[in-house]
Design a protein around this ligand. Structure first.
Ligand SMILES: CC(C)(COP(=O)(O)OP(=O)(O)OC[C@H]1O[C@@H](n2cnc3c(N)ncnc32)[C@H](O)[C@@H]1OP(=O)(O)O)[C@@H](O)C(=O)NCCC(=O)NCCS
Length: 281
């Protein structure tokens, strides 16, 4: 049973980087694999596997473990080591601090970070790529611990800004709604019903921890693949050229039979943390 406990109740959790605990790489990848799921099993607590088929992801994702182990955060139970509770993937890059100067989204920041590292460019900004909480530990508040640790990585490396291309968790339930509308949906706060807060729980959490909206990234992750690939990934058949609702996708996927391709643009929301404000548990 999924016991609802506060991470404060667990005195044994510890945070390290992958550089400090390289032997936890396999455990870290196990968490990745438990979250990155076949889209037929997509839930609000998972990422569909086809999302990792963007050009940037296929080219650069594995590089983050080699190029940036000190920027991969692990939360683990010291009593049960190597039981990894959650992982936080981040990359450093250089940014001018302006919304217009941001990479297009998740793909863009991953590619920028790896290529800049190879060119020897000094980073000044940390971008989150993923927070992944082990499914056995989800909905217990651990995501806050990882976000706090990511911010710490920013301080330790003398980086000026911490930004996140937020993948809004419940957008998957509203693939036909424009991200520009979705981002403005508000509901009364549970603790103070007079206050309106973001509808999406993951976006709401970032705002609660002090993040500020920067801009919408309509093409944050771009997956372009053949119809055959999409049919294999989704278990569906695409009989005509049209927009389709696909399990796990935050927006529709456009299929063009003549071109033999389906294109998915995943929308995310760029937010920025002020490093002055502390992220409180
Ligand atoms: C998103 C994720 C990191 C949240 O981690 P978590 O530790 O389970 O989340 P928390 O317990 O800290 O909850 C944070 C908020 O999200 C809500 N939430 C968490 N999982 C949820 C779910 N599956 N469906 C709806 N709401 C959910 C919580 O209720 C809480 O909102 P509240 O404070 O208003 O009640 C986790 O679900 C996960 O690893 N998902 C897969 C990867 C992913 O989507 N990462 C985020 C994009 S990078």
């Amino acid at each position: 049973m999924n016991q609802k406990i506060s991470p404060r109740g667990n005195q044994h959790y510890k945070i390290s980087s992958l550089a400090e605990k390289p032997h936890l790489l396999e455990k870290c990848k196990e968490i990745n694999n438990s979250i990155i799921q076949n889209s037929k099993r997509a839930t609000t607590g998972s990422i569909p596997a086809y999302e990792m088929k963007s050009e940037a992801s296929m080219k650069y994702w594995d590089e983050i473990f080699v190029e940036f182990p000190e920027y991969q955060v692990l939360l683990y139970d010291s009593k049960k080591e190597p039981e990894v509770i959650a992982v936080g993937h981040t990359v450093p890059f250089s940014w001018n601090g302006e919304s217009e100067g941001l990479p297009e989204g998740w793909d863009g920041v991953l590619e920028t970070a790896v290529t800049e590292k190879r060119k020897g460019i000094t980073p000044n900004t940390l971008s989150a790529l993923f927070v992944m909480v082990n499914p056995d530990y989800q909905r217990k508040g651990y995501s806050v611990v990882i976000l706090k640790a990511m911010k710490q990585v920013c301080f330790q490396n003398n980086l000026k800004w911490f930004i996140v291309p937020v993948r809004p968790m419940l957008k998957v339930c509203y693939p036909l709604i424009s991200i520009h509308d979705y981002v403005n949906w508000r509901v009364p706060s549970k603790s103070n019903p007079k206050e309106l807060v973001a509808y999406d729980p993951w976006l709401r959490l970032h705002y609660k921890l002090g993040a500020k909206f920067l801009k919408v990234a309509t093409k944050s992750v771009v997956v372009r693949a053949s119809i055959q690939d999409w049919e294999e990934w989704t278990g569906l058949k695409f009989f005509c050229s049209s927009d389709f609702v696909i399990p796990g996708a935050l927006s529709t996927v456009h299929f063009d039979l003549e071109k033999n391709e389906g294109v998915y643009y995943e929308p995310n929301i760029w937010v920025k943390y002020s490093l002055e404000s502390s992220v409180c548990l």
